[in-house]
Design a protein around this ligand. Structure first.
Ligand SMILES: Cc1ncc(COP(=O)(O)O)c(C=O)c1O
Length: 516
């Protein structure tokens, strides 16, 4: 036991330390035990520490708590998804996908296993930023005066700045195992392209990226990011592929679209005679959504750490569906098992694939080079308005998300970009971060739900995915603040035109149990 002496020669700080020692030994006098608790706040104040918040605003997992398996919703969907079809309208064999993807990823694409092990080498690569923090948006809650508790997974902490590396890392790893030397891909806002370039650089593969022209022009810094990681970035449509040339011929001033960029990237992969070039997709497909479930699985563990058994509302923005599926699918599993959770994918009102699109078979790209997938679609020739959420301008939706919508397990919502940018400014001026325009769609829906909880006087737990930061998207913020952004509603005649275009393709059946 230390003695408490105040040395005449001691400096004021030594006296201070002795006083702290005194406080430290107080609990050793058991008779005084009840009083020790009264001492604690004084001890903290004397030491100059900040009192811990009643509510933690950052909830971390240790590295050894990272999930070791991905969750596959296909195993639990109450009505199974319909298979992808070939150009002849017959179900496609896994082997037929082999020209485009490596076989190990095709196995994941068609898997019906509920849990799929994550190889240790992939976990080691993911440790660079995972587990990602779960945060509580107490400052926004206060500003809104809502009784709701708003939690969010912060995926902006990845090196590329979004959720996209969660699948880029495994896709490149499986490709490398298979012997692939070059990977081609498309990118909208540039988030996926930079995630893939980053992952290829870690594992020594070449990366070629077709970037939707309007984003290429709006976001020059994304191109530099891709190049920094050794990727080659080309504006799409380009004159490098037959598909690109044909779209340029139709409209030399086209802003491009994800559908066109996918056609170019697939063509570039399948026409490489060496057979060592494969294509990678940043969203939509089952294996991509599978890899992203690490987000929701981590979130579940983190919510449990603060005593929350389940959220009441789960929200994420959806472009091709992987960001949404990644957070939401582990909770969709709970809903299938009986939990009462509202699950909301959010999209732009100008690209309303889920809320106004048609559920049927359609191509994933504009030139009709991909298999036909059962999904909500605005038609593969859809050229979206050049809104600033480039990653949400895709004509289709992941078949897994589409089937969950048909089943009623998830309820999509469309929001205009001005409401989203308003929400992004509110977020920046409360929580602080400048979020991606895609993410602002989720935040706008979170604000809607938090205000609803206020009206109802309910202390709901809202969980959402902060899918990326907006540091490369400041041009969009600037236009919004200058009042130069307008909202655009997709005219009904465009939906009718899509219906006519899709009439010649096989129909998907909207089968559901009717339970939700
Ligand atoms: C920041 C951000 N959030 C969300 C999305 C939508 O992604 P997904 O296709 O996974 O739905 C994107 C797409 O690029 C994005 O960049």
């Amino acid at each position: 036991m230390g003695t408490i002496t105040i040395n005449e020669m001691a400096s004021p700080s030594a006296i201070y330390i002795s006083a702290i020692d005194f406080i430290d030994i107080m609990p050793r006098f058991s008779i005084l035990l009840p009083y020790c608790y009264l001492w604690m706040p004084f001890k903290i104040l004397i030491k100059g520490d900040v009192m811990p918040l009643k509510t933690p605003v950052k909830i971390y997992l240790n590295e050894d708590e990272i999930p070791r398996q991905w969750y596959n919703l296909a195993a639990d969907l109450p009505t199974p998804m319909q298979p992808p079809l070939g150009p002849d309208g017959n179900p496609l064999s896994p082997e037929a996908l082999g020209a485009v993807f490596p076989m190990n990823l095709i196995e994941q694409e068609v898997s019906q296993e509920r849990w799929i092990n994550i190889p240790d080498e992939i976990i080691e690569l993911l440790y660079r930023w995972r587990p990602s923090p779960l945060r509580r948006a107490v400052y926004l809650e206060k500003a809104l005066g809502t009784p709701a508790k708003i939690y969010y997974k912060d995926e902006s902490v990845s090196p590329a700045g979004s959720h996209k590396p969660n699948t880029a890392i495994p896709q490149v790893w499986y490709n490398k195992q298979f012997g692939t030397k070059t990977i081609t891909t498309e990118t909208g806002a540039g988030q996926w392209g930079s995630a893939l370039a980053f992952s290829c650089s870690l594992m020594g593969l070449k990366c070629k990226i077709f970037m939707v022209r309007i984003s290429f022009e709006q976001k020059p810094f994304r191109k530099i990011m891709m190049e920094t990681w050794g990727g080659k970035c080309i504006a799409s449509p380009s004159s490098e592929t037959e598909a690109g040339k044909s779209f340029l011929k139709k409209d030399p001033n086209t802003p491009g679209s994800l559908g066109i960029a996918i056609s170019e990237a697939v063509e570039a992969a399948v026409t490489d005679k060496s057979g060592t070039t494969k294509y990678a997709l940043g969203s939509v497909l089952n294996h991509v959504l599978l890899h992203q479930t690490i987000i929701g699985l981590e979130a579940k563990k983190q919510l449990q750490k603060v005593g929350i058994k389940k959220p009441d509302v789960v929200i994420a923005c959806a472009g091709g569906g992987s960001n949404f599926g990644g957070l939401a699918f582990p909770f969709v599993a709970d809903k299938i098992a009986g939990a009462n959770i509202e699950i909301i994918p959010v999209e732009p009102a100008s690209c309303p694939t889920m809320t106004r699109g048609i559920f049927t078979y359609d191509f994933g790209d504009s030139a009709g080079m991909t298999p036909l997938l059962p999904m909500h679609t605005l038609g593969h020739n859809f050229i979206p308005e050049p809104i600033h959420a480039g990653g949400l301008r895709y004509h289709g939706m992941a078949p897994l998300v589409s089937q969950a919508i048909v089943e009623g397990l998830v309820k999509p919502r469309a929001i205009h970009q001005s409401e989203c940018f308003k929400a992004a400014l509110k977020w920046a001026n409360t929580e602080g971060m400048i979020i991606a325009p895609e993410t602002s769609h989720a935040v706008a829906a979170v604000i809607q739900e938090a205000l609803k909880a206020k009206e109802e006087g309910k202390e709901k737990v809202i969980l959402f995915n902060l899918s990326g930061h907006g540091h490369m998207d400041l041009a969009g913020y600037s236009k919004f603040m200058e009042g130069k952004l307008s909202d655009w509603e997709l005219p009904q005649k465009n939906i009718e035109a899509a219906e006519a275009e899709l009439a010649g393709l096989p129909k998907a059946k909207a089968v559901k149990t009717g339970k939700w």
